[in-house]
Design a protein around this ligand. Structure first.
Ligand code: ADP
Ligand code: MG
Ligand code: MG
Length: 254
């Protein structure tokens, strides 16, 4: 059983001119193994900032607060150290890696995270099975990382990593954006498999409730202006579907 605990987190984005702008204004959130938390909220409320900060993106600066993985603060860890500690952010890898095939990339990532190379025979089988379930073309492994991938292929590739790398916590930022219904279903099933097989905790960031028909959250948090403005169970997502975020925005403006 693992716990990812975000305590009174304040984060600024570092702008091009190296000045900073505060985005997260005291986020509190705890995710345990086996739990699925949906983070919802209007555009610009800081959802991606939270995801990128957990992953260690250099553009974001932690001003105060903590991100604890099983009691250990990860905010001083490098991106690689965070991955080895069991955090996975879909989108954390470079968009394209020229000259590196998918096959090599996946095996290197697995080796880096586990601290040893996976046994070849089981690994090859695991990759093949996971690709089959995600309906990924077998030629995919010989292609360079993300080179010429369509939006849907990139998402499937992210979920493939999630299934193979077996993180303690998967942070999925707008995994549903740009997917047609069939792809959404395939990708959601992959998330559910990773969740069930490894007791993975999930932070599912989404602007729309559509993906929550396929991935059932245990908890829903509403993000407004860099903070959790409301939280509840799955019924909160249904209410948001009907009412939108307008009630929260009125509150934020007042
Ligand atoms: P969300 O994912 O909820 O849509 P973001 O975390 O992407 O929100 O953005 C939160 C706020 O931070 C927005 O107001 C956005 O304009 C601002 N922001 C994020 N990154 C940058 C950046 N690189 N430069 C300027 N503003 C940024
Ligand atoms: Mg569950
Ligand atoms: Mg975002």
């Amino acid at each position: 059983m693992s716990t990812l605990e975000i305590k009174d987190l304040h984060v600024s984005v570092i702008l091009a001119d190296e000045t900073t702008k505060p985005i997260l204004k005291g986020v509190n959130l705890t995710i345990k193994s086996g739990e699925i938390h949906a983070i919802m909220g209007p555009n610009g409320s800081g959802k991606s900032t939270l995801a990128s900060t957990i992953a260690g993106h250099p553009k974001y600066q932690v001003d105060s607060g903590e991100i604890l993985l099983d009691g250990e603060d990860v905010t001083e860890m490098s991106v690689d150290e965070r991955a080895r500690a069991g955090l996975f952010l879909a989108m954390q890898y470079p968009v394209e890696i020229p000259g590196v095939t998918m096959s090599n990339f996946l095996r290197s990532a697995k080796t880096a995270i586990d601290g040893e190379a996976p046994a070849l025979r089981t690994w090859t089988k695991d990759v093949k099975n996971a690709m089959g379930e995600l309906k990924i073309d077998p030629d995919f492994v010989t292609r360079n990382v993300n080179e010429g991938f369509s939006g849907g292929e990139k998402k499937r590739h992210e979920i493939l990593q999630l299934e193979l790398l077996r993180p303690k916590f998967g942070i999925l930022d707008e995994t549903d954006s740009g997917l047609d219904i069939d792809a959404l279903q395939v990708v959601s099933e992959g998330v559910n498999r990773a969740h069930e097989a490894n007791d993975m905790g999930v932070m599912l960031i989404t602007h729309y409730t559509r993906i929550l028909r396929y991935i059932k959250p245990d908890f829903v948090h509403v993000f407004v202006d860099g903070k959790v403005a409301d939280q509840g169970g799955p019924e909160l997502a249904d209410r948001l579907e009907e009412e939108g975020y307008v009630n929260y925005l009125k509150g934020a403006a007042a």
